[in-house]
Structures are given as structure tokens and as C-alpha cells.
Write a protein that binds this ligand. Structure first.
Ligand SMILES: *[C@@H]1O[C@H](CO)[C@@H](O)[C@H](O)[C@H]1NC(C)=O
Ligand SMILES: *[C@@H]1O[C@H](CO)[C@@H](O)[C@H](O)[C@H]1NC(C)=O
Ligand SMILES: *[C@@H]1O[C@H](CO)[C@@H](O)[C@H](O)[C@H]1NC(C)=O
Ligand SMILES: *[C@@H]1O[C@H](CO)[C@@H](O)[C@H](O)[C@H]1NC(C)=O
Ligand SMILES: *[C@@H]1O[C@H](CO)[C@@H](O)[C@H](O)[C@H]1NC(C)=O
Ligand SMILES: *[C@@H]1O[C@H](CO)[C@@H](O)[C@H](O)[C@H]1NC(C)=O
Ligand SMILES: *[C@@H]1O[C@H](CO)[C@@H](O)[C@H](O)[C@H]1NC(C)=O
Ligand SMILES: *[C@@H]1O[C@H](CO)[C@@H](O)[C@H](O)[C@H]1NC(C)=O
Ligand SMILES: *[C@@H]1O[C@H](CO)[C@@H](O)[C@H](O)[C@H]1NC(C)=O
Ligand SMILES: *[C@@H]1O[C@H](CO)[C@@H](O)[C@H](O)[C@H]1NC(C)=O
Ligand SMILES: *[C@@H]1O[C@H](CO)[C@@H](O)[C@H](O)[C@H]1NC(C)=O
Ligand SMILES: *[C@@H]1O[C@H](CO)[C@@H](O)[C@H](O)[C@H]1NC(C)=O
Length: 682
């Protein structure tokens, strides 16, 4: 073959070899445009031979313990480098000598506490670094301060999960451009003027630390402050500032606040999270001459600089700062007994108020002047026994959509409360002592307050929860005019409902009838039903009317089912997604249904291994089918064994008894003799 014909072939082979060798089958790296992903590759150094124009390199989850001086020389265009989870101990001082373009560096989850000094020299070369993640590196105060020296262009810094204990004005003093700082999950107990050198800081997380107070808060530029999960008793912002604080979100949940926080006197605060504290209001204690000795103010001294003492007026609830922009207020899990006068009225754009698990005793909606934008009101699990409102007031709740009143002692409600709310979609009245009005009561009632509830013709209502209300009967026309998709009536023992539900049958998707003792309910009209709870009802068989439905979830726990006939199981299996069956006395000898459901991959049989059955002798797990004694022949032969055993043993038992009886007197005598013959001690 002439040489000139061979050349192209050779060239082609050479080319293929190059491709294969530069992209070997097992290469830990993948390329996507200018990004190279080498995560999880068991690499102990930065791979050489990658294209030299790459801009992003990810080397997370490898074994690179030291980033050597020469390892990045080849990649001068690198803009983002990620080395998280490498057990890395240090970056050599000249690693970034030529990495002029590097802006993002992720060093999370390494061991930089070991080589932080040399690493600090390396970082100093990064004049354009904007994003740095140093989370989870066991860094203490001094190490962090060293690492952060001269990082004047840094905008985003993550120091979460380290061992920082206290911060002062030197901690972040070089970070003039810092916008976001994550300090969560350290052991911070003191912060002293630490952020004065960061005038651009907008987002700060201090969650999960050991802070006991945030007094003298004066970071006017901050937009989000998260100080949840600390031990904060006092939050006091500096009151003498004329500037408007930019603060929009303040999270102080899971702390130890006793007082509503002393917020800035001018701010744009929109979201205030205070759940799980001990907040209460103390208006009733102000101006109380009966106890003149009680303190009226509390002062916080700044030990270093005397000019910043903070004084808080304790009992004056009107001094709690600017809440006029609040949209979300979460006070759940506190000790609030009442709202101070005018408090709610100060929040004209409030849309979600979460007050569950507090100590509210009464709520007068007229008095409080809620805003028309209220969308969600959750006052469940309080001590409310009545909710009052005059008719004019109710018309202002035009946007109220979600109302949770469960777990109170309600027995009086404003009549027409629900029917006056045009946007109401979801009402939870569970675990109260309410009754449903009889049609006569509803129409003739002239009182402004009523002991029964009525929601006929509320067209917007979709979800109604009436669990555990001691309801015995639901009047036939109670649900007329409603388009409910979700009705929860569980835990109303002895309830009769069949008739009243028929008007809902077309729309209803979830029906809860657990613990109601219903027996033979006809579900055949409920063709939209997707989820049905009939647990705890002594049912001995599956209601046949269920079979025509397209159920996705079925709760049959704690009934008296002994089996589910094969045909029924086969009908249900392809439709169901979630099935609860525990707590039924199933018969081990008829468990074909279990196999059917078990082999249907689309079903989640919740608590599958806890479903039990009984055979002749004992209780088993249904999944444990080898151990059942169901074979009739086995049982028969076992019976024969028993009869044989008894017939053989009986004569022996008889003889033993006779012998015992004849010997007994002697035993008795002997023992008496023994006792009498016992030598005495004297
Ligand atoms: C780093 O900052 C210190 C002061 O904080 C300064 O003295 C030093 O010159 C800076 N070094 C570099 C390399 O910029
Ligand atoms: C900081 O890092 C931690 C742990 O690596 C992570 O969970 C957190 O989301 C990061 N913070 C931010 C603001 O990205
Ligand atoms: C505050 O931080 C905690 C812990 O990281 C987080 O669960 C919570 O969602 C944060 N709060 C806000 C308002 O983002
Ligand atoms: C705030 O403004 C008032 C009057 O508008 C002024 O008297 C006071 O000095 C200002 N305070 C500060 C700290 O600027
Ligand atoms: C004064 O305080 C007592 C308890 O110390 C309280 O019972 C009483 O209601 C208060 N009086 C006024 C006028 O708030
Ligand atoms: C702050 O309190 C300290 C301690 O009582 C006191 O010496 C100092 O004068 C106070 N400073 C101001 C500005 O009130
Ligand atoms: C609470 O403070 C406000 C504003 O300074 C004041 O008008 C009001 O009289 C104070 N109320 C009480 C009870 O001290
Ligand atoms: C509710 O508040 C209004 C307005 O202050 C008042 O007129 C009404 O008497 C209060 N109702 C009850 C039952 O306290
Ligand atoms: C009610 O909600 C709608 C849509 O979310 C909003 O446009 C409207 O302003 C709200 N009404 C009031 C009175 O806030
Ligand atoms: C109403 O509040 C209770 C208790 O806080 C809660 O368990 C329930 O899920 C809430 N109801 C709805 C419909 O979210
Ligand atoms: C019901 O409210 C109206 C005004 O809304 C009032 O005139 C009337 O007296 C109230 N009736 C009762 C029984 O409280
Ligand atoms: C069904 O109702 C019972 C009784 O209220 C309840 O305990 C159970 O959690 C409910 N099942 C589901 C799946 O929610």
C-alpha cells in the first residue's frame, strides 16, 4: 500500500487515540462547556491535562489534603473553584499566584484548622475573591480572623459550623464589601461591635449559637437577620437613630424572649418570626400604683464605651417599635394572653398571623381592627371560649382564606361569622364544643352571638375540619350550598351522617370518618373521593361500595377485619397508593390479600411489617407466612397427637394422685416431727 494512502488512516487512528486517552473511560471528570466536574473521584491532587481555558472546577468529595503551589498554574482562567469535603489541611502560599480571575472558592467541610496560617497567605493573593465558603472547618476566633485578613473584596462569606466563640470589631474589619455572612451553628456567646466595618452587610445568620441578648442593635442597612435558636432574652434596637432601618425579615424564633422585641422605631420590617419564646404583653402592669416597687425600666450597660447604655421601658407596649409594614407575624408557642390596645391596628398590611399555642382567652375582632389584607389567621390551641365581632367588622375580612380555631374551648361564636367571609376556603374547628345549628335555629336566631355554627351557602369554602367536636348528629341540610373537597369528621364518636353528606358527594375528595363508629356507609355516590379515613370503627368487612371508587389513600386501621376477599383486594390494588391496615384481627389462613398488595409496587402499605394475624394458636406478623398453622391436615394430626398424649398420660396421672394421697399423711407427720425435734438454742 502506498504511503500516502496510509497517512490519513494513521492520522485518524492517532486522533482517536488522543480522544480516548484524554477522555479515558474511567476519568473522574466530566466536562460541560467551561465547567469541569470531578466530584467523588478519589483524587489526591488537582488533575493535570484539563483544557487550560476552564472557568469552573469542582473537586468536591476527593482526598486532596494539600493544594500545592503548582496545582492551578495551568488554569489561569479559573473563576470558581470548589474543594468541599476533601479533608484538606492547607493551601500552599503560592497556590493562587496566577489565579487573578478567581471569584468563588468553596472550602467547606475540610480541616483548615490545621494549616490555617499558610492558607491565609494563599488567600491574600486573591484580590478579586467575592465568594468564600469556610463552613465546617473547626475554626476558632483567631484562625478565622487570620484567614479573613485583607479579603477586602469579599461579598459572601460562610463560616457556619465552626467553633467561633466571640466576635469583636477586629473579626471582620477588612471585609468592607461584605453583603452576606452566615455564622450559624457556632458557639458564639458574645458579639461586640463586630459588624461596624461592614457597612454593606445585608444578610446575617446567627442561628444556633449561644447568644443571650442582642442589645444596641443598630445595623440600619441589614435586610435579613436570623438569630433563631439561641438563648436570647432581650432584643433591643437603638432607639435614638433617626434613620429608617432596612430590616425586612427578623427571625428570633426558638429563643427565650420574655418581651416583644424592642424593634427599630422606623423600619420596613415585613416578616417577624417569634415562635417558641416566652413572649407575653404586660400592659396591665404599666401605671400600676399598687406595686410601686416593681421596676419600670431596665438598663443595659455597655462596659467598654459608656456612651451606649440602653434603656428599655418595660411595661409600655406602645414602645415596641415600628410594625407598620409587617405582613407575617409568627407568635406561635408563646404566652400571649391578649393583644395590647391598638397593637393589631398598627399592622395595616398584616396578611398572616400565627398565634397557635398561646394563652388567648377571648378575641373581639371589632376591638382589634384587623387589616383587610388578613389572609391566614391561626389561633388554634389557645383558651378561647368566644370570638365576637359585629357585622360591620366581618365585612372587612374580605381576604381571610385560612382560619384555624381548633383546640380551644369555643362554645360561643359570632353568628354569621363564617358566612360573612367571602374568601374563606379552609376552616378548622376541631376539638371545640361547638354544635351545628339546626335549620330552624339558624334562620330564627336574632342574637349576635351563637352557640351553634352554621355555614350553609358559603360558596368559597373547600376544607372543613370538625374533628373531636362531640358531634352526635349532623342535620340533613347542614352542608347544602357548599362545594367542599375536604371534610374531616373523625373522632366524633357515635356520629350519624349518611343523609347530610349526600349533597357533597360529587365534589368531596377527602372524607375523614375515623373513630365515629359508622357501620354501613354507602360510598357509591362519592365518585371524586381520593382519600378516605374509616379507621377505628369496628368494621368487620370492607364496605363493598368502596370498590367502585378511585381511592388513592385508605385508612382501615383498628377495625375488626378478619380478611379482605381476594376479589376486593385485586380491585383496590391498582388504584391505591397508601394503605393503612394495622390493628385488625386478621386470620392468618386467609391472607391472599396481603400477597396481592405486597406484590403491587405502587402501594405503600404503611407499617407493613406490623400487620398481624392470628392462627389456631397465636398471633403472627402477616409478612411471616411460613410460621402459620393453617394446613387442615397438620391441624388434624396435631389433634390426634394430643388425644394420644392425653390417653397415655391419664392413667399415670391417676396412679400418681392415688400414690400421693396415700403417702401424704406420712409426709405431714414427718414434717411435724421434724419441727418438734428441732434443737433449741438453749
Ligand atoms: C493586609 O492588611 C494589613 C492591615 O490589615 C496591611 O498592613 C497589609 O499591608 C495588607 N497586606 C496586603 C498584602 O494587602
Ligand atoms: C453555609 O454552609 C452550610 C454548611 O455547609 C450550609 O448548610 C448553608 O446553607 C450555607 N449558607 C448559605 C447562606 O448558603
Ligand atoms: C433561620 O435559620 C434557620 C436555621 O438555618 C432556618 O431553619 C430558618 O428557616 C431561618 N429563618 C428564615 C426566616 O429564613
Ligand atoms: C433625630 O432628629 C431629631 C429631630 O428631627 C434631632 O433633634 C436629633 O438630634 C436627631 N438625632 C440623631 C441621633 O440624629
Ligand atoms: C396591678 O397589678 C396587679 C398584680 O400585681 C393586677 O392584679 C392588677 O390588675 C393591676 N392593676 C391595674 C390597674 O392594671
Ligand atoms: C452608662 O452607665 C454607666 C454605668 O452606670 C455610667 O457610668 C455611665 O455614665 C452611663 N452612660 C450614659 C451615657 O448614660
Ligand atoms: C407609653 O409611651 C408612649 C409614647 O412615648 C406614651 O405616649 C404613653 O403615655 C406611654 N404609656 C404609658 C402607660 O406609660
Ligand atoms: C368588642 O369591641 C367593641 C369595640 O370596642 C365593643 O363595642 C364591644 O362591646 C366588644 N364586645 C365584647 C363582647 O366585648
Ligand atoms: C386581598 O388580596 C388580593 C390578592 O392577594 C390583593 O390584591 C388585595 O389588595 C387584598 N385586599 C386587601 C384589602 O388587602
Ligand atoms: C390547625 O391547628 C392545629 C393545631 O395547631 C393543627 O394540628 C392543624 O393541622 C391545623 N389545621 C389545619 C387545617 O392546618
Ligand atoms: C346585635 O348587634 C346590633 C348592631 O350590630 C345591635 O344593635 C343589637 O343590639 C345586637 N343584639 C344583641 C342581642 O346583642
Ligand atoms: C384517621 O383518623 C384517625 C382518628 O382521628 C387519626 O388518628 C389518623 O391519623 C387518621 N389517618 C390519617 C392517615 O391521617
Amino acid at each position: 500500500m502506498p504511503v500516502h494512502r496510509l497517512t490519513p488512516i494513521l492520522f485518524c487512528l492517532l486522533h482517536m487515540w488522543r480522544i480516548l486517552s484524554s477522555h479515558p473511560q474511567h476519568s473522574p471528570c466530566q466536562m460541560k462547556q467551561r465547567t469541569v466536574l470531578c466530584n467523588n473521584g478519589k483524587l489526591s491532587s488537582v488533575p493535570a491535562g484539563l483544557p487550560d481555558n476552564i472557568e469552573e472546577l469542582q473537586l468536591n468529595y476527593n482526598h486532596i489534603q494539600t493544594l500545592q503551589d503548582n496545582s492551578l498554574l495551568q488554569y489561569p482562567s479559573l473563576n470558581t473553584l470548589s474543594l468541599a469535603c476533601n479533608s484538606m489541611q492547607k493551601l500552599e502560599a503560592n497556590t493562587f499566584k496566577d489565579s487573578k480571575l478567581l471569584e468563588g472558592l468553596n472550602l467547606a467541610n475540610n480541616d483548615l484548622d490545621i494549616g490555617y496560617q499558610e492558607t491565609s497567605c494563599a488567600l491574600k493573593k486573591l484580590a478579586g475573591l467575592r465568594y468564600l465558603d469556610l463552613s465546617e472547618n473547626k475554626l476558632d476566633d483567631e484562625m478565622a480572623a487570620t484567614l479573613l485578613q485583607n479579603l477586602t473584596s469579599l461579598e459572601y462569606l460562610n463560616l457556619s459550623g465552626n467553633m467561633l466563640r466571640r466576635l469583636d470589631e477586629t473579626s471582620f474589619s477588612d471585609l468592607h464589601q461584605l453583603k452576606e455572612l452566615d455564622l450559624q451553628r457556632n458557639t458564639l456567646f458574645e458579639i461586640d461591635s463586630a459588624f461596624d466595618g461592614n457597612p454593606k452587610l445585608q444578610r446575617l445568620s446567627l442561628a444556633f449559637n449561644y447568644l443571650t441578648c442582642l442589645t444596641d442593635f443598630h445595623m440600619t442597612q441589614l435586610v435579613v437577620l436570623n438569630a433563631s435558636h439561641n438563648f436570647i432574652e432581650w432584643f433591643i434596637s437603638r432607639q435614638d437613630l433617626n434613620d429608617t432601618f432596612q430590616l425586612e425579615t427578623l427571625d428570633l424564633s426558638d429563643n427565650k424572649l420574655l418581651f416583644f422585641p424592642f424593634l427599630p422605631s422606623q423600619s420596613h420590617l415585613r416578616n417577624l418570626y417569634l415562635s417558641h419564646n416566652r413572649v407575653s404583653f404586660y400592659e396591665h402592669l404599666s401605671d400600676n400604683d399598687t406595686s410601686p416597687d416593681s421596676p419600670k425600666t431596665v438598663e443595659f450597660y455597655n462596659l467598654k464605651r459608656n456612651n451606649n447604655n440602653v434603656t428599655a421601658q418595660l411595661w409600655n407596649d406602645s414602645l415596641h417599635g415600628d410594625i407598620s409594614s409587617l405582613e407575617i407575624l409568627d407568635l406561635s408557642g408563646n404566652l400571649v394572653q391578649y393583644f395590647p390596645q391598638g397593637f393589631i391596628h398598627k399592622m395595616p398590611v398584616l396578611s398572616r398571623l400565627r398565634m397557635y399555642t398561646n394563652c388567648l382567652e377571648t378575641l373581639n375582632l371589632t376591638l382589634e381592627h384587623f387589616s383587610g389584607s388578613l389572609y391566614e389567621l391561626d389561633i388554634s390551641n389557645n383558651r378561647l371560649n368566644q370570638i365576637v365581632a359585629d357585622e360591620g367588622t366581618l365585612t372587612t375580612f374580605g381576604n381571610l382564606t385560612y382560619l384555624n380555631l381548633s383546640l380551644n374551648d369555643l362554645d360561643w361564636l359570632s353568628s354569621g361569622l363564617f358566612s360573612s367571609l367571602p374568601s374563606l376556603r379552609s376552616v378548622d374547628l376541631s376539638y371545640n364544643n361547638i354544635d351545628i345549628c339546626l335549620p330552624v335555629e339558624a334562620e330564627t336566631s336574632t342574637d349576635n352571638i351563637s352557640a351553634c355554627v352554621d355555614w350553609r351557602n358559603i360558596v368559597s369554602l373547600r376544607q372543613l375540619y370538625l374533628k373531636g367536636c362531640n358531634l352526635k348528629r349532623i342535620p340533613p341540610s347542614s352542608f347544602t350550598g357548599l362545594s367542599l373537597t375536604h371534610l374531616e369528621l373523625s373522632d366524633n364518636s357515635g356520629l350519624t351522617v349518611q343523609q347530610s353528606l349526600q349533597s357533597l358527594s360529587k365534589m368531596l375528595q377527602h372524607l375523614g370518618l375515623g373513630n365515629t363508629q359508622i357501620q354501613d356507609f354507602d360510598f357509591s355516590n362519592f365518585q371524586s373521593l381520593k382519600s378516605l379515613n374509616i379507621s377505628g370503627n369496628f368494621l368487620t368487612q370492607l364496605p363493598p361500595s368502596l370498590l367502585s371508587l378511585d381511592l388513592k389513600l385508605l385508612d382501615l386501621r383498628d377495625n375488626r377485619l378478619s380478611t379482605i376477599p381476594s376479589g376486593q383486594a385485586i380491585t383496590l390494588a391498582p388504584k391505591l397508593q397508601t394503605l393503612f391496615l394495622t390493628g385488625n384481627p386478621f386470620n392468618c389462613c386467609e391472607t391472599e390479600w396481603f400477597r396481592t398488595f405486597e406484590t403491587t409496587k405502587t402501594i405503600n402499605m404503611v407499617g407493613q411489617s406490623y400487620i398481624e394475624c392470628e392462627d389456631l394458636f397465636t398471633t403472627h406478623r402477616v409478612s411471616d407466612s411460613q410460621s402459620f398453622e393453617c394446613d387442615e391436615e397438620d391441624v388434624e394430626s396435631l389433634l390426634w397427637y394430643i388425644i394420644l398424649f392425653v390417653s397415655v398420660c391419664l392413667p399415670f396421672v391417676g396412679i400418681s394422685i392415688v400414690v400421693l394421697l396415700t403417702v401424704k399423711p406420712q409426709i405431714v407427720k414427718k414434717s411435724i416431727k421434724k419441727k418438734c425435734l428441732k434443737p433449741t438454742s438453749y
